[in-house]
Design a protein around this ligand. Structure first.
Ligand code: MBD
Ligand code: FE
Length: 248
């Protein structure tokens, strides 16, 4: 009897070996590739998850959507933090001048009933494209929050616009992108995760129509239904995000 891991690993290796055959990969090239992989052992701790997320996270999230009827999910990325501060109606930021962003919508089930008590995590970059908790002296209570959803399922949270994000590219993840002839940019995006008793955990992102790199995301995460064209309300952009959760 084959275990699931045996079957999946076998198929992955089969595909890799086919590619090696197909391209006549030489011993020298093979040694160079092994040498490249060894760099991960000396690099920062985030490099391995970053490379994996860059290459495979979007695919895993698409595969998962086959089994869901609710909202369109998207990759989590490497910068989710469980320890996000609980918020009411605004996410703390340090940009007095950053463009205002209002995020509002409803959390509901497949039949349209509000999901009271759902935990909505929102996290995004600052106006420089940096994430709190992952960049120097940058306290984790900024640019992240956990909102507890009330009885109507509706929520509204103020924050500032994220910026396009350049993934760290001075380590092996960036070097790999270079080998592939790609740039290290992600378009500006906001991350969401929703957890509620009795429902599947839901993770997605929102992107902004017309923004830089929307068509060439380095992690290939952009999906058409997730590209939004926010309306303007006063000085703020308004991002409408409804979350429809599948039952557990
Ligand atoms: C990010 O900010 C991100 O969201 C993903 C998916 C990968 C790298 C950096
Ligand atoms: Fe991100």
């Amino acid at each position: 009897m084959s275990t699931r891991s045996a079957v999946v690993i076998h198929d992955i290796l089969k595909s890799v070996r086919e590619a090696l055959w197909h391209h006549d990969v030489t011993f020298e090239e093979y040694r160079a590739a092994v040498g490249f992989l060894r760099k991960y052992a000396q690099s920062a701790e985030f490099e391995i998850p970053l490379t994996c997320d860059m290459l495979f996270n979007a695919t895993i999230s698409d595969i998962e959507m086959k089994h869901r009827k609710g909202s369109v999910s998207n990759l989590e990325g490497p910068y989710f933090l469980e320890a996000a501060p609980t918020i009411t109606d605004r996410i703390s930021t340090r940009d007095e001048e950053g463009d205002e962003l209002i995020i509002e919508g409803q959390v509901r089930d497949l039949s349209g009933n509000p999901i009271e008590g759902a935990e909505l995590y929102i996290w995004h970059s600052d106006s420089q494209g940096l994430y709190s908790g992952f960049s120097g002296d940058f306290p984790i209570d900024l640019y992240r929050g956990k909102k507890i959803i009330g009885p109507t399922g509706e929520y509204s949270v103020r924050t500032t616009m994220p910026a396009p994000y350049m993934i760290p590219h001075d380590g092996p993840s960036g070097e790999l992108l270079g080998f592939m002839g790609r740039h290290p940019w992600r378009p500006a995006h906001v991350h969401f995760k929703v957890r509620a008793q009795g429902f599947l955990e839901f993770t997605t992102q929102a992107y902004f129509a017309g923004g830089d790199w929307v068509d060439s995301d380095c992690v290939e995460g952009v999906r058409a239904p997730l590209v939004h064209d926010p309306e303007i309300r006063g000085n703020a952009k308004v991002l409408k995000m409804d979350f429809v959760l599948d039952p557990a």
